[in-house]
Design a protein around this ligand. Structure first.
Ligand SMILES: Cc1cc2nc3c(=O)[nH]c(=O)nc-3n(C[C@H](O)[C@H](O)[C@H](O)COP(=O)(O)OP(=O)(O)OC[C@H]3O[C@@H](n4cnc5c(N)ncnc54)[C@H](O)[C@@H]3O)c2cc1C
Length: 414
């Protein structure tokens, strides 16, 4: 089938950029719309991991039992701003429904299916845009405070990841020291995920994708989308500065995606799960690859502009003021990992667009098939962006069986 000519992608984060590139590659005339320069949303601040090990949904009965205790513990990575609680109602209900063993297994299979196609989709975009030099293939370490915690993980989620096809190498504390001599002795060993890749600059990756898109004839429109509507099969996009009509529209607006989807009559229980990062001075301290301290749910990644420590899960409005305690906790964790307190070059907060079942929303809007949704990638947006973009383009082109997209359907919450 031939591709409809005139397609808009709303949102120039890593998911929108990847979708725009795939659509362009398949021959469409693409307009990419963002209120800001590309890559300045959540895609700016992530830990930089192409996290091949991310195949297990968060929602499970075991996790559900831990949540009250974590919310009460002031040092835990999980927190909730009281004013945001009412936004969590539909999300919470669907989270509980996603905890059944059957739903958990279905979610795990769906994530594994996306992960299986992700590396090849990345490689295509990275090599065609010249951005491959921004990605390193050195694996990543995931470490534990205690031997007991490590052994429990080996018998639990690490075993399960292996069963899902993730390569996992068990490392003693001594073996970790050989790989990362500058790390302090905070851990009792852990694992190396040898196939995890990481980028040394998430923002430069977005910029290179955007530059390539424009160089290939793509149109970048810096404007705020106010409304979307279906005019007898034509897609109307109203922006702060004008009105536009397209054959197809793909909504990749990250955490803002649900508001636009709702204008087309579909409700997605998407929430803002904020994460933080600190960029640390690292002139005399060296890391070869990302290192996660799993007890604190943080990752420390060597990036072009310094060591970035990223993590935390704070349910709060995207535009709420930055919390004070999160950067303090993260600096404390960084100091324990580095064996000294580093100076902080910058801090950042941004919203993961999170769904209750940990699966992104990828598919046509029910009743408005010329509109597609591609958002809700939660903790895995960088990892799954390229394969999402490919699926979006194939679906619009008509070469993708929409049945393959069923687990990610926008109507699954109804
Ligand atoms: C601390 C932290 C660490 C993370 N680490 C990792 C990691 O290591 N690996 C990984 O895979 N993922 C990670 N993630 C998750 C990942 O960053 C996100 O899933 C991903 O960036 C989402 O990309 P996106 O394109 O959907 O959204 P965004 O990057 O937020 O892009 C959405 C874009 O839409 C635009 N937009 C929204 N509304 C409108 C409108 N009305 N008009 C015009 N433009 C609009 C915004 O300006 C924005 O540019 C992390 C997240 C956080 C917070």
């Amino acid at each position: 089938m031939t591709l409809p000519r005139n397609i808009a992608v709303i949102g120039a984060g890593i998911v929108g950029l990847s979708s725009a590139l795939w659509l362009q590659k398949m021959g469409a005339k693409v307009t990419l719309i963002d209120r800001n320069e590309p890559g300045l949303g959540t895609s700016f601040g992530n830990a930089g991991l192409f996290a091949d090990y991310g195949r297990l949904p968060v929602a499970s009965y075991a996790q559900l039992r831990k949540i009250p205790g974590m919310l009460l513990d002031k040092t835990s990575p999980l927190s909730l701003q009281p004013r945001y609680a009412r936004h969590l109602m539909p999300y919470g209900w669907h989270f509980i429904k996603a905890c059944t063993p059957e739903k958990y297994r279905q979610g795990r299979d769906a994530l594994t299916s996306l992960q299986t196609t992700a590396p090849a989709a990345d490689e295509t975009l990275l090599s065609e845009t010249g951005a491959a030099r921004l990605v390193r293939h050195d694996g990543c370490l995931a470490l534990f405070s205690t031997r007991e915690g490590f052994e429990a993980a080996l018998a639990g989620h690490l075993r399960e990841r292996r069963e899902q096809g993730v390569k996992v190498q068990v490392m003693s504390a001594e073996e970790v020291r050989e790989l990362e001599p500058d790390l302090s002795h905070f851990h009792a060993g852990g694992v190396l995920y040898p196939e995890t890749r990481f980028t040394v600059s998430p923002i430069e990756l977005s910029r290179m994708y955007a530059r390539h898109f424009v160089a290939q004839g793509g149109k970048l429109l810096l404007d705020e989308v106010t409304t979307v509507s279906d005019m007898d099969g034509k897609c109307r996009v109203n922006t702060a500065q004008g009105s536009h009509t397209f054959d197809r529209v793909v909504i990749c607006a990250g955490v803002a995606g649900a508001r636009l989807a709702q204008q087309l009559g579909v409700r997605i229980p998407l929430v803002s799960e904020r994460g933080y990062h600190l960029v640390l001075e690292s002139d005399t301290w060296h890391l070869n690859r990302p290192v996660g301290w799993l007890d604190y749910a943080v990752f420390m990644t060597p990036m072009d502009d310094g060591i970035r420590i990223a993590g935390m899960a704070e349910f709060a409005a995207p535009d709420a003021p930055q919390g004070e305690k999160q950067p303090e906790i993260m600096l404390d964790v960084a100091a324990k990992m580095m064996g000294r307190t580093p100076s902080v070059k910058s801090t950042w907060v941004g919203s993961r667009p999170s769904t209750p079942d940990s699966l992104p929303v990828i598919g046509r809007v029910p009743g408005h098939p010329n509109f597609m949704l591609a958002f809700g990638h939660g903790h895995l947006g960088l990892t799954l962006a390229a394969t999402t973009g490919k699926l979006v383009a194939e679906s619009i082109q008509g070469t993708q069986q929409d049945a393959l997209l069923a687990p990610f359907s926008p109507s699954r919450f109804h």
